[in-house]
Design a protein around this ligand. Structure first.
Ligand SMILES: [Zn+2]
Length: 215
């Protein structure tokens, strides 16, 4: 079983990377946003409580976020583990997630934040199949998977991006440092192109679990 999380600032390629990791290592990909939406859609007790929080414009408490993740992890049939995208985003969540026994965290590290600012401002998304691409990669504005018109994400503007970068630096970077202290951080240079990023990830995951099995 591989139990992993991915950390990184906005625009570091968390979605793309976790999809590739999940596929390559046969892991269940869990994103906090989708997991919460699923609970709300299914109208579970937890889903209804969370819906009331979001409806009033409040953040969902960390305990509930972790509960949602636990429910997702209970059902790993057919998978060799899981990879979580977008949690833990702060030290409080990391603490509550202790009982998930995470093996390691992958940090999609960015040093020059102009790289992610540029990536995000050029980012295009398919409203139907959720494909993420960019104005550089896709000149037609049409989704190559399903033919829908690609759109800019509503929150991809400079003000919002800077706010999310600051949140990352203040809240999430300390999480990466804590994993590092525990000897559980795999740091990836995420300023490289997608192929190079993924080959670094593969190599580091393989090395980590090979060494772990020796202990
Ligand atoms: Zn599409």
């Amino acid at each position: 079983m591989k139990k992993m999380v991915v950390l990184g600032p906005p625009g570091s390629g968390k979605g793309t990377s976790t999809r590739k990791i999940a596929q390559f290592f046969n892991l269940k990909r869990i994103t906090v946003g989708d997991a919460i939406k699923e609970e709300i859609f299914k109208k579970t007790k937890l889903g209804q409580i969370m819906f009331n929080f979001t409806k009033d414009g409040h953040f969902i408490p960390d305990e509930m976020v972790v509960k949602v993740l636990q429910k997702q992890i209970k059902n790993l049939k057919g998978f060799d583990g899981f990879i979580i995208d977008t949690a833990p985003i702060n030290l409080e969540q990391k603490e509550i997630m202790k009982n998930l026994n995470i093996d390691c965290a992958i940090l999609l590290n960015i040093k020059n934040f102009d790289v992610v600012r540029e990536r995000i401002l050029k980012r295009l998304m398919c409203p139907k199949c959720k494909l993420v691409t960019s104005k550089t990669e896709n000149k037609t504005g049409i989704c190559p998977n399903c033919g829908s018109n690609l759109e800019k994400r509503y929150d991809d503007n400079l003000k919002v991006v800077n706010k999310r970068i600051n949140q990352y630096l203040e809240k999430t970077l300390p999480v990466a440092k804590a994993f590092k202290k525990e000897g559980k951080l795999l740091t990836i240079n995420a300023e490289e192109n997608r192929e190079k990023v993924f080959s670094q990830i593969k190599a580091k995951i393989n090395k980590f679990f090979a060494e772990k099995s020796l202990n």
